[in-house]
Design a protein around this ligand. Structure first.
Ligand code: TXA
Ligand code: MG
Length: 335
């Protein structure tokens, strides 16, 4: 079924219409600078329930709440100096902060946790909508639970189009990877829960403290576990096999036609072969992140059963890219 008619250009009439849908407790697809979100009124439990239902997401998995600015967020959290420093450095932008919540945030949003994940997004369309509303927006990535995050309006229409009334089209997402999540419940011990576009080194520099990383091999059954942290997540339907960075195949060992090979940068051999793809001409990390989920979803839709994907170099943004690739591949390792 084609649901591309649900994709709305962000003109004045459509923006007003989408704000009205949100005031009516509906949930819609919306662009952010990281990935597309499935947004609804964070303060209204009926909207929040719809988000979980549309995604097929377990109620144990808490949602990120999006605000127009720090002041709007501070009305609903217990704030601290580290929050203000990170907000000044990275908001609006791809950083999510976990802090103690106030009672105004429904328990349903946080899966019963006393903390809430908050973010001030940068995308002009998302910001335009927030300014029209007098409530913040809860928004997980707009994909069916466990699948790859959407980086274009068409991805949302393709997977969730039958269950929602609208997807605002903000073009391809700049970053193409979900926000970095940092746990600041204890400002003395900041912990990165999910790597993303804002790197650990950038956070260290801002807070003047060494942030820890959540050990990726978490307990997948614990109620407080953040499912973006589940070993098996972000998975396409195709089987994903990872290749070490720089270990893409050579001219005498090209992949068979049913297998798609995804390289970081344009290889020097067999570039005329239809099943060989590259994420960036030059291997630039921002470009690799920007194109990764789009290419995976395109190849999935084309029916490839197997994707061989080269890992990124383990530096800066490469850490977040390899984190997502590891989870995409884990689906099949676990089988
Ligand atoms: O870039 C993004 O963060 C996108 C856009 C739409 O903003 N959103 C996104 O949301 O990736 P989602 O729901 O797909 O991932 C949010 C992650 C989940 O793994 C969730 O478990 C974790 O954040 N999370 C949410 N609230 C939390 C909390 N109170 N404590 C710990 N983890 C939390
Ligand atoms: Mg997600």
């Amino acid at each position: 079924m084609d649901h591309s008619n649900k994709i709305l250009k962000p003109n004045a009439a459509n923006l007003a219409h989408c704000a009205e849908l949100l005031r009516d407790d509906e949930v819609i697809g919306m662009p952010t600078e990281t990935v597309y979100g499935l947004a609804g009124n964070a303060l209204n439990t009926s909207s929040v329930r719809k988000i979980f239902a549309v995604k097929g997401r377990p109620l144990l998995d808490p949602l990120i709440v999006h605000f127009s600015d720090l002041a709007a967020a501070e009305a609903h959290i217990e704030t601290n100096d580290s929050v203000r420093q990170l907000a000044a450095a990275f908001w609006p932008g791809p950083l999510t902060i976990v802090v103690p919540k106030q009672a105004s945030i429904p328990d349903l949003v946080t899966a019963g946790l006393p903390s809430v994940a908050i973010r001030v997004p940068q995308h002009p369309v998302f910001r335009n909508i927030l300014k029209r509303l007098n409530f913040p927006l809860a928004a997980p990535s707009a994909n069916p639970f466990g699948y790859v995050s959407p980086t274009r309006a068409s991805h949302v229409a393709h997977t969730l189009g039958s269950r929602i009334q609208a997807v605002l089209d903000g073009g391809p997402c700049d970053f193409g990877l979900e926000s970095t999540i940092i746990d600041l419940r204890n400002p003395q011990v900041p912990v990165i829960l999910r790597h993303g576009p804002v790197t650990a080194a950038q956070v260290n520099k801002t807070l003047q403290i060494d942030v820890r990383s959540h050990n990726g091999a978490g307990d997948d059954t614990a109620p407080q576990s953040a499912p973006g942290l589940l070993t098996k997540h972000y998975s396409p339907t195709a089987r994903v096999t990872l290749l070490a960075h720089g270990e893409t195949l050579t001219a005498d060992a090209a992949p068979e036609s049913g297998i798609a090979l995804i390289c970081n940068q344009k290889p020097t051999w067999h570039t005329d072969q239809a099943n060989i793809f590259w994420l960036s001409e030059t291997g630039e990390l921002n470009e690799i992140a920007h194109n990764l989920f789009e290419l995976i979803q395109r190849l999935d839709q084309q029916g490839y059963q197997q994707l061989w994907i080269e890992q990124a170099t383990e530096a800066g943004l490469g850490h977040a890219i390899n984190d997502r690739l590891g989870r995409a591949a884990a689906k099949h390792e676990a089988e």
